[in-house]
Structure formats: C-alpha cells, structure tokens
Design a protein around this ligand. Structure first.
Ligand code: HEC
Length: 165
C-alpha cells in the first residue's frame, strides 16, 4: 500500500510538472538549443535586413541616452538605453555570418577578412555601453556625458573600418 502511495505521489508530481510546462509554453524560454533548432536557417537578405533594422533601432536608444543626460531629472533613461545597446552589441557578430556580404549591405568585406578585429570592436562597444549604464546608475551627469562620448567613439571606430562611407 505504501509503495502504491509513493507511486501515486510521483505520478501526481509528474502531472503537475506537465501542467506547469504547458502553461508556460506560450512564453519565450530563452531559446531551444537542441540540434534540431540549430538547423534553422535564415535567408541572407533577411539577415541583412534584420541587422540594419537593429542599427536603426539603436539610434533611438542613443537618442534616449542623450535626452536623459541633457534634459535633467534622473538618468534612468540613459541607463536603460545603455543596457539595450549592451545587449545589442552582444548580438552584432551573430548577424554577420559568412555569405551576407550582399549588395543591400553597407558592410565592408573587412568584416569577414578581419573577423577578430570586427569582433573586438563589438566587444569594445559592449564594454563602453556597460560602463555608461554603470555610470548613469551613480547619477553623475558629467561622468555619464563622458561615458556616452566614449561609447559613441566605439560606433565611429567600427564604422571607419567595417562600414561604407
Ligand atoms: C562592431 C562594429 C560596429 C559598431 C560598434 C557599430 N556599428 Fe553601426 N554598423 C556597422 C556595420 C558593419 C554596418 C553596416 C550593416 C549593413 O548594412 O549590413 C552598420 C550600420 C549602421 C547604421 C546604418 C544602417 C543602414 O542600414 O544604413 C547605423 C544607423 C548604425 N550602424 C549606427 C550605429 C550606432 C549609433 C552605433 C553605436 C551606438 C553603431 N552603429 C555601432 C558596424 C558597427
């Protein structure tokens, strides 16, 4: 009797677990890293469009960062914008796979011929954005302004070598 009771309890836990999983299944779970999911492919044109959209969105974050610094009040907007850019910076190299050096792209072929240099620029960008977020959290406006300029410098540094114009 006792062992049946334990089995019933385990089945109960199992069912409960299943219910929890299905209730959660509509939510983003951080991504499926199974081999099957890794086989997903995306058209090169779509990858270029995605990264261009990301760059245009990042200019909006830059606007929020600047407004936070220039318009007084607390620096929450600045910090939030900097965190967005730090996350975006992390994604940048993944959006430049081999085979996406297309006509529709402004990326120079150096992105692929000097991959380590390109990735180092993305890391420098991410670190500058994180530094800005930390500085903004202290509420120091002047230091945040310098941290913002330093971060903007990392955009230009990358564009100089890896983007047309
Ligand atoms: C690690 C290198 C790198 C960094 C850092 C970087 N960019 Fe870029 N950016 C690029 C490349 C390469 C392109 C061209 C993408 C394409 O057309 O495929 C680009 C394109 C852009 C575009 C144009 C999108 C278009 O379709 O014309 C804007 C706007 C832009 N970046 C803004 C920024 C801003 C603002 C920052 C910093 C806050 C920044 N970028 C940081 C490499 C970088």
């Amino acid at each position: 009797m006792k062992s049946i009771g334990i089995c019933a309890a385990l089945v109960g836990v199992g069912l409960f677990g299943a219910v929890v999983v299905s209730a959660e299944s509509g939510k983003y779970d951080g991504g499926d890293t199974s081999g099957e999911a890794n086989g997903v492919t995306m058209a090169a044109e779509d990858i270029v469009a995605t990264r261009r959209a990301g760059y245009f969105l990042s200019t909006q974050a830059v606007g929020q960062i600047k407004a936070g610094i220039e318009e007084g009040g607390d620096l929450r907007r600045t910090r939030a914008g900097a965190m967005m850019l730090a996350n975006w910076a992390k994604a940048i190299p993944t959006l430049f796979p081999e085979g996406t050096d297309l006509e529709s792209s402004r990326a120079l072929s150096t992105v692929w011929s000097d991959r380590p240099g390109f990735e180092a620029r993305a890391v420098a960008y991410r670190e500058a954005a994180l530094n800005l977020a930390e500085t903004a959290a202290t509420g120091d406006r002047e230091a945040s302004d310098s941290a913002f300029r330093a971060m903007a410098g990392t955009c230009h540094a990358c564009h100089q070598t890896y983007r047309e114009e």
